[in-house]
Design a protein around this ligand. Sequence first.
Ligand SMILES: C[S@@+](CC[C@H](N)C(=O)[O-])C[C@H]1O[C@@H](n2cnc3c(N)ncnc32)[C@H](O)[C@@H]1O
Length: 309
Amino acid sequence: MVMAEIEKHLHGALGDARRLFHGRSGLFPGWENWVVDWFPPVAVIRLYQPEETASVKALADQLSALPGVEAIVLQERYIERGANHRILKGNVPESIQVSENGLRFEVRLLDNQNSGLFLDMREGRTWVRQQAAHKQVLNLFAYTCGFSVAAMAGGADSVVNLDMSSGALSTGRTNHRLNGHSLDHVRFMSHDLFRSWGKLKKLGPYDLIIIDPPSYQKGSFVASKDYQRVISRLDSLTTDDAQVLVCHNAPQQDTAFLTQLMAEHCPRFVFEKRLNNPEDFPELDPEKGLKALVYTKRDLSRGEQSTWS
Ligand SMILES: C[S@@+](CC[C@H](N)C(=O)[O-])C[C@H]1O[C@@H](n2cnc3c(N)ncnc32)[C@H](O)[C@@H]1O
């Protein structure tokens, strides 16, 4: 069952980066701690809890036999500090380039908790690319600027990326260069968001804002208290018919967590839709996976009705 799932997504990837096995979905009993990601030509086994060495070896052997798999990395995510990556097969350079729908991204498979490209956000990047033409875009919690790359590929006039990690933004610069983008209209601000409202406002207003914070980052972002601090700024940062992509990937907070915050703090923004998650991220309970919600601002002064009034 597991190998059938892996082979299906490997085949469907057509050379792009993909999740091959999403055991955390709850759809594969006994495999809840296992994930396999595909950054061609490297397969990455991610373990969320310790598993038998023999089981890891058996999976690695089966992955090795698949076409195109040249190297295998094991990441033991439950080891929070120090080296939690090991090469099980082949050579893995410090960084490699991968593709997604014709865009190029740099990923690092041997260090950091995350590789540089969040594979579950593929549909979000596609949506941003489709909306971005001629827009001023603000990308909050930008990380390695995946949304910014998508926006510039979609013809955005400008993007402001904000993230407190200068290292992640530096990879963001590389990602734009890999895609042949001029950086003249792409800004990279390495600041704590909660100390940056004034600067962001000066550079606005924005037609499209992406909010994609960490699920939980001690001292930097705790959704239960901080998400509303972001949402309550949206009105003052946006143009009259702006769009916002509001994202959250914490299993303990569902879609209603976001829709209630938007209704309370942003009554002028109307809920349009929740983006589908990619087919390689099936979920037993979809509320536990990524939530990516599209909102559009309505100009009430032109007589439009808010859905909340
Ligand atoms: C889930 S990642 C964002 C993923 C990104 N949107 C993407 O599409 O790849 C969360 C990011 O939020 C950043 N971050 C967390 N707290 C922050 C804060 N208070 N101000 C600015 N950035 C913050 C982290 O540095 C991290 O890069």
